[in-house]
Ligand binder design. Structure first.
Ligand code: BDR
Ligand code: CA
Length: 278
């Protein structure tokens, strides 16, 4: 069983990735950290608690993290469109019941450092939001990448972008954090780009099958993905949409399922470090 911590900015695709990780018998979701992204931190935290409660996994601890990017005061421009996000007609909250469970008192950064430093078995880090929390943890503990078995990041794009003509949302929202994470020396860093997630679109037919399962997770996944298909503005046609974040958790159980880019952490010099003294 693969042990993982997920860092999320729950929106609809994060929600599907969380349910996948929490319910798969071959994955053990030991904790979740939340970050400002699709919607503000309070909403990403509330949505995460809603999802875990909804599927009967309220025992998974949720640790709120950064409410803003690590260097800039906010995103480069107005918040990114995302179903289950601030632009969604449903508002910032996922349309499942309000949570009964509460977030932990310990913040995301302290939780990440304490948990990764004391881990006796390998821990995989799955980061599917802006990388502010991971970067902040690295700023406090620069060697933190060492004990992480693998970090899987939903981010970036080669031939595909979504928030500007050339940027993907998670990287765009906190580029300094992304640069810090990509150069931190994680032994194995897997970047799941939009090029991969756009090859794994989910259809309305698949949503009907999910709804047909009659389970809480199937019902919610059908609802959230159906909203993505309704709202999605990408070139995936009107009957399917990418569910970006779940490709990262699916990759953990079927590495051949996606076109992910596996790379060793780039050398320190290979990424511009605008904040570093010349
Ligand atoms: C990423 O941005 C958000 O909209 C999604 O949750 C995903 O993590 C895709 O660019
Ligand atoms: Ca996300």
């Amino acid at each position: 069983v693969r042990r993982l911590i997920m860092d999320v900015d729950t929106g609809t695709d994060d929600a599907v990735a969380l349910m996948f990780a929490a319910l798969r018998p071959d994955l053990e979701l030991i904790g979740v950290t939340t970050v400002n992204g699709n919607v503000p931190l309070a909403a990403t935290t509330d949505n995460t608690l809603r999802v875990l409660d909804w599927i009967g996994c309220a025992g998974v601890p949720v640790h709120p993290g950064l409410a803003r990017p690590i260097v800039r005061p906010d995103f480069p421009s107005a918040r990114h469109f995302d179903s289950g996000g601030a632009d969604d007609p449903h508002g910032t909250a996922l349309d499942i019941p309000e949570p009964s469970s509460r977030a932990q008192a310990q913040g995301a950064v302290g939780y990440l450092i304490e948990t990764l430093r004391k881990a006796v078995e390998p821990v995989t880090l799955v980061a599917v939001g802006p990388l502010s929390n991971i970067a902040a943890a690295l700023a406090l503990d620069p060697g933190l990448a060492g004990p992480v078995d693998e970090i899987v990041i939903m981010g970036g794009g080669h031939a595909t972008a979504n928030v500007t003509a050339s940027a993907e949302f998670n990287i765009w929202a906190d580029p300094e954090a992304a640069a810090m994470v990509l150069t931190a020396g994680f032994p194995t860093l897997t970047l799941m780009t939009l090029d991969a997630t756009h090859r794994a679109v989910v259809t309305r037919e698949a949503c009907r099958e999910l709804a047909g399962l009659g389970t809480s997770a199937g019902t919610a996944a059908a609802r959230f993905i159906g909203r993505r298909i309704d709202a999605y503005f990408g070139g995936t046609g009107d009957d399917a949409a990418p569910v970006h974040d779940v490709v990262c958790t699916a990759y953990l159980v079927r590495p051949t399922w996606s076109g992910q880019v596996r790379s060793r952490s780039p050398s320190k010099r290979s990424v511009p470090r605008p904040w570093a003294a010349p």
